[in-house]
Ligand binder design. Structure first.
Ligand SMILES: [Zn+2]
Length: 77
């Protein structure tokens, strides 16, 4: 896990200006240990990309979580 994080950190710093890298960063802020459904705790999901944000839909209960700047800011500050 730590090896992966090191590798992704390097590429993440290079590409942080892209929207995709931003989502990736926010995903890690929200799910530092990997995706976990907020409702049922399941750890696999479908990823759907929309114009404004990515949707992470739980494969088990179909709960849809979003990772947006606003959401993260509200939760962390
Ligand atoms: Zn779920």
């Amino acid at each position: 896990m730590s090896r992966y994080q090191k590798m992704s950190l390097v590429s993440f710093q290079k590409q942080f200006s892209t929207e995709e890298a931003c989502h990736d960063h926010l995903f890690k802020l929200k799910w530092a240990d990997g995706y976990s459904c907020e409702k049922c705790g399941h750890n696999t999901y479908f990823e759907t990309k929309t114009r404004k944000h990515n949707l992470y839909e739980c494969k088990k209960c179909r709960y849809q979580a979003t990772v947006t700047v606003g959401t993260v800011m509200e939760k962390t500050i």
